[in-house]
Ligand binder design. Sequence first.
Ligand SMILES: *Cc1c(COP(=O)(O)O)cnc(C)c1O
Length: 423
Amino acid sequence: MAQFPCQFNYVEDAFHVEKLSITDLTKKVATPFYLYSYSEIKQNYQRLSQALNKVNAQVFYAVKANSNQAILKVLASLGSGADVVSEGELKRALQAGIPANKIVFSGVGKTASEISFALKSGILQFNVESEAELEHISELCVSLKLTAKIAIRINPDIEANTHAKISTGKAENKFGIEHTRTLDIYQYAANLPGIQVQGIDVHIGSQINDLEPFEASFKRISELVCQLRDKGHEIEIIDIGGGLGVSYDAETDEPFDINEYASLVEQHLTSLGCNIIVEPGRSLLASAGALITQVSYIKNTKDKQFLILDAGMNDFARPSLYDAYHQILPVSLNKKENAIYDIVGPVCETGDTFAKSRSIPSVQQGDYLVIKDTGAYGSTMSSNYNTRPFIQEIMVKDSQFSTIRELQTLEELISKDKLPDWL
Ligand SMILES: *Cc1c(COP(=O)(O)O)cnc(C)c1O
């Protein structure tokens, strides 16, 4: 695949993000922290949107990948819409300036308050995942005297060849309506008060590096749109979900070119004359973020050498959750020979491991490391496990940096606990 200029690089022996030296930054900001590149986000967005706009498809960023206000604001200013999965994400998107008519609401468990808020906000579309949800939305529309514009999320029963925990388009997954029941459910929806059918939706999983599953799902959707139109349903929007893979490991991950994906959209969907929505999360943000961490200790055992970092699985969960590979590099390449380490966090869990038997340029206690490609599903999946506060987040543009999320204070964290009167 084509390689694009990346904003996270060594300049001589010093790791830089855009024009900022990370060594200089670590003198001003305490680790661990997330670091994002404005230019990388912009470049990723423009690469995707340019390829997709040519085939009448628009980018609706999947907010769950990274929902920071500054990041949403960058994407809003570039013209992105949003795919949200909760009231909180919807509020974040609106607050960052993404207009309601460029927001779709996905997810299997939308609550009454979430649906009501989205209806009052006037969002573009609800992506509905079950009959029960359809009935619930209809009842709320009747009582609020509002109309919900909806698409039904179809489960196309397609193997996406990705990690089991992020595969969503197989019949056994909890998502969508079985594709064989499409006509029935659209008929049912068309007769419900307050419901206006306008689209169809599919999302088969995440971190997909093959085009075949996408092609299979586009074919299925295209057939279904024709069948639905034959029955008199107006389908104006086709939402084809996200899931476009990225290269975390240059040796094993081979993402396709976005232009190849766009050609498949053109081949199977563009002639249907619909507005096409694509919901990328990871492919916009993953490469735009890094986690900067310090080696707290080096511990040698008979068989292993452990690097114990100040970042843990609570800050960045993907390695422990999905055995995900992330490149880990020293901020400063002062020693050139490699060493083999198990790279772990401080959390009291064996699963708090970022890499096993990883060969990297050797480091010393106190050195800084970069965990790369952590811009998507990094900070949004973090937790307070072990009463560790949410870490600081920083955005870089050229050689300037700004804090886009403050370090959570321990006082703030503990103050949410309340004692019963009788204690
Ligand atoms: C998670 C999700 C996405 C984004 O997936 P990526 O792999 O990050 O592109 C898009 N749509 C829906 C419905 C999702 O659940």
